[in-house]
Each structure stands twice: as structure tokens, then as C-alpha cells.
Design a protein around this ligand. Structure first.
Ligand SMILES: O=C(O)[C@H]1O[C@H](OP(=O)(O)OP(=O)(O)OC[C@H]2O[C@@H](n3ccc(=O)[nH]c3=O)[C@H](O)[C@@H]2O)[C@H](O)[C@@H](O)[C@@H]1O
Length: 408
């Protein structure tokens, strides 16, 4: 009995320690899984993804220009609307392009992934990363000598600033400063071209808007951050000799556009039979925009890049004064929102359910109209697409992309 129980005890203890061992192992694996998948920040995960095997090689091959005179451009916001078009155009003419985008969910992320797929097929690699990530930016600059930075990453949208003000500070102010900090330290420094906005004109009532008009009355936080960006650009140019060009875009539209913009969600709502709100100014005031087609904007961006002088500093030290420019890139022919809807109705062959709504106090301004004579003179910028032809291209893209047909 005693002999039997001591053998049994031994077996019992052995199996207990065996189970304890397997349980420990199970808990260790579980712990690893939890720390990897739940405790890692978005940024850590992004770094792991970015630094995977072959990552540097992909960055380098995307950065190499096809011709000896080609530029090497870092495009931030490359999976965005304007960023994807500009990246494709730069690549198509032979420049080296590395994209950077944080793929945030401000609007449908799958659209951004589809833009990325389109760019990757033409040889542009988009790094999944944030402009606030200084370690990542420094890493990119240590691998590639960028001649230019086309900074198109931003928190866009005028009305959304009332819902999520912090996102505008994060991208348009902190992110911009972070990028400039890395650019100013680079040896040699790149020239920077970046997206400002027509919204900086705010409550300015002198039309058409010229670059010399007042821009100290922003009507939204979005506009205030873009205006602040222009002042920040001034200080980095002044202190560090960075060559900086700001482009004030006027309501850019077209294929692969932004679903948060009126022409885009009006199209969706008209097709789905939903009503659309058309903002109207009080006392006969007109609500209109100088809608500008994406291909014209791309030409303006490339011309700004081609005419940008080199930065004059290096490694944080300014050698002599550097170029600082700002240009309006608009279409010069404002169209009332109601007329935009009429064009969409004709193209979609569907009557819109219009609800006239007095302009809410949401950061929108009543009217925009660009004077583009400066861009015309110095960049050779000449928009050629009227709203009807541009919307026709947009609608064609929209119906194909969303696999829809018009209702006859
Ligand atoms: O050019 C610019 O500076 C800005 O252009 C657009 O801003 P916005 O002109 O307000 O463009 P939409 O949001 O597409 O609005 C277009 C027009 O439709 C009107 N609207 C908008 C929404 C709506 O439900 N109803 C309506 O009538 C707006 O008041 C505006 O007049 C972009 O969203 C900004 O990111 C950009 O910086």
C-alpha cells in the first residue's frame, strides 16, 4: 500500500509538473500574442511592417529617377486624392517618387488602398507612416537624398474641423513642423512644395482673390491651420534657408476624388435617391466655388516643383536667403453650387432631391474666385478644364469604380 502510493505520488507529481510546464508555455505564448497584437501601438506595428525584409530596397528602387536629370521626390499624402495624381504624374515623366501616407480613416480607407495599388503598378512605393513620426522620416532621409518634398498630407475638409479639431493640429501644424525639422537637418536640404488652401482668404470680400490680399480672417479652424502653415513656412525659410512654395488650391475635384467633398457625396446621394442640402447665402448672396480640375492642379504642382530653386542651407545652417513663394491654383470661373448640381443631374440622368438650406455656421465661406496671374506668369499655369468637362470625367470614373450604371 505504502509502496504503491509512493510510486503513485511520484507519477502524480510528475504529471502535475508536466501540466504546469504546458500551462506555463501556453501562458507565455498567450502573453506574447497579447503584447504583440494588443499592446503594440499603431506606430510600433507600422514600424515593424515598414522595416520588414526588403523595405529599404523598395524605398530605394522607388526613389530612383529613370533619367539622369530626374528629381527624387518624397510625396506625403501619396494615397490621398491630389497626392496620388501628383505621384503618378511625377513617376510617368521619369522622376523618382517615394510616397508616405498614414492611411487614416477620415474617409473610406479602401479608396486609399486602391490608389496605392494603382501607384504600385507604376513603380511608386508608398511607405505606411505618419509625418509626425520623426524616426521614420529621418530613416527615409538617411536612405534617400530627396531633391524635393511635395507635402500634400493634411487633415482636409472645412466642416469636419468642428467635429475633430485635434486632427487639424496634429497633421497641419505638428506634422508640418516635424517634416520641416527633418528637412532643415538634411544634407543637402530638399526644396519643399506644399498644399495651402484657398480657405486662407476666409472672409476676404475683395474678388478675385490675389496672393497679396488679406488672409488674416480665417472662417474655420482648417483655414487657420493652413494660414499658420504659411507663417511657419516663412520662419523655416528665414531661419534655415529652406526653399518653400505654398500652393493655394481652389476646391479641387475629379476622378479618384475625396468622398467628403460636396460634388462626390452629391453624386452618391443623387444616385441613391437621397436628398441633398444646397447651402444658400442670405439676402440674395451667392454660394459659389472656383472648382478646379485635378489635371490642371497636377500641372501647377509639377511646374512649382520644376521652378523651385534649391534650398540654401545644409544640416540646419542657412548659407544665404532662399526662395519663398505662394501661388493661387484655381480655375478663375466660380460656379454656383446649384449649377454644379444641375450638371450632375444631366450627367447622371437623375433628378436631384434638392433641399435649399441657409448656409449654416460651419466654417464654409460664401464665395471663392482665384486670380491666377502670378502662377500664370511664373509657373506657366493655365487651367483648361471647365466644370462640365471635368465632372463628366469624374462621373465616368465614379460609375466604373462603384460599378454602377446611370438610370435612364
Ligand atoms: O479649396 C479649398 O480651399 C478647400 O476646398 C474644399 O472645401 P470646399 O470648397 O468647402 O468644398 P466642398 O466641401 O466640396 O463644398 C463645395 C461647396 O458646396 C457647398 N455645400 C457643401 C456641403 C453641403 O451639404 N451642401 C453644400 O451646398 C459648400 O458650402 C461649398 O460652397 C476642400 O474640402 C478643402 O479641403 C479645401 O482646402
Amino acid at each position: 500500500m505504502t509502496r504503491f502510493s509512493s510510486a503513485n505520488r511520484f507519477r502524480f507529481q510528475f504529471s502535475i509538473s508536466k501540466y504546469a510546464f504546458w500551462w506555463c508555455l501556453f501562458f507565455i505564448v498567450l502573453l506574447c500574442f497579447v503584447s504583440n497584437h494588443l499592446l503594440l501601438s499603431d506606430n510600433d506595428r507600422r514600424l515593424l511592417r515598414n522595416r520588414g525584409k526588403g523595405w529599404e530596397q523598395r524605398v530605394l528602387s522607388s526613389a530612383s529617377p529613370r533619367s539622369s536629370t530626374g528629381s527624387t521626390v518624397l510625396v506625403t499624402g501619396a494615397a490621398g486624392f491630389i497626392g496620388s495624381h501628383v505621384s503618378a504624374a511625377l513617376r510617368n515623366r521619369g522622376d523618382g517618387v517615394v510616397g508616405l501616407d498614414n492611411f487614416n480613416n477620415y474617409y473610406d480607407v479602401s479608396l486609399k488602398h486602391d490608389r496605392r495599388a494603382m501607384l504600385e503598378s507604376s513603380g511608386v512605393f508608398i511607405v505606411d507612416g505618419d509625418i509626425n513620426d520623426q524616426v521614420l522620416l529621418k530613416k527615409l532621409f538617411s536612405i534617400v537624398q530627396f531633391t524635393h518634398v511635395m507635402h500634400l498630407a493634411a487633415q482636409a475638409g472645412v466642416r469636419y474641423a468642428m467635429k475633430n479639431p485635434a486632427s487639424y493640429i496634429d497633421s497641419n501644424l505638428s506634422g508640418f513642423v516635424n517634416l520641416l525639422e527633418v528637412c532643415k537637418e538634411a544634407k543637402p536640404q530638399p526644396a519643399i512644395i506644399w498644399a495651402s488652401s484657398s480657405s486662407v482668404y476666409g472672409l476676404n470680400s475683395k474678388v478675385p482673390f490675389s496672393e497679396t490680399d488679406r488672409t488674416d480672417q480665417p472662417a474655420s479652424l482648417y483655414a487657420a491651420t493652413k494660414k499658420a502653415g504659411e507663417e511657419i513656412a516663412h520662419s523655416y525659410n528665414h531661419i534655415y534657408g529652406l526653399s518653400i512654395t505654398g500652393l493655394r488650391f481652389f476646391t479641387v475635384y475629379g476622378p479618384w476624388g475625396r468622398p467628403d467633398m460636396a460634388y462626390f457625396f452629391f453624386t452618391k446621394d443623387i444616385l441613391q435617391g437621397n436628398s441633398i442640402r444646397i447651402f444658400e447665402g442670405g439676402k440674395g448672396g451667392v454660394v459659389a466655388r472656383d472648382f478646379t480640375y485635378i489635371d490642371d492642379i497636377v500641372k501647377g504642382c509639377l511646374a512649382a516643383l520644376d521652378t523651385a530653386e534649391k534650398s540654401t542651407g545644409s544640416g540646419g545652417k542657412k548659407m544665404r536667403p532662399a526662395q519663398l513663394r505662394v501661388y493661387n491654383l484655381g480655375n478663375t470661373s466660380p460656379v454656383e453650387v446649384g449649377s454644379l448640381v444641375s450638371i450632375l443631374e444631366r450627367l447622371l440622368k437623375v433628378k436631384a432631391r434638392r433641399v435649399a438650406t441657409p448656409m449654416p455656421r460651419n466654417g464654409d465661406v460664401m464665395y471663392t474666385h482665384a486670380n491666377i496671374s502670378l502662377a500664370e506668369k511664373e509657373l506657366g499655369y493655365k487651367p483648361t478644364t471647365d466644370l462640365r468637362s471635368g465632372l463628366e470625367k469624374f462621373v465616368k470614373w465614379y460609375l466604373t469604380y462603384y460599378n454602377q450604371s446611370t438610370v435612364n
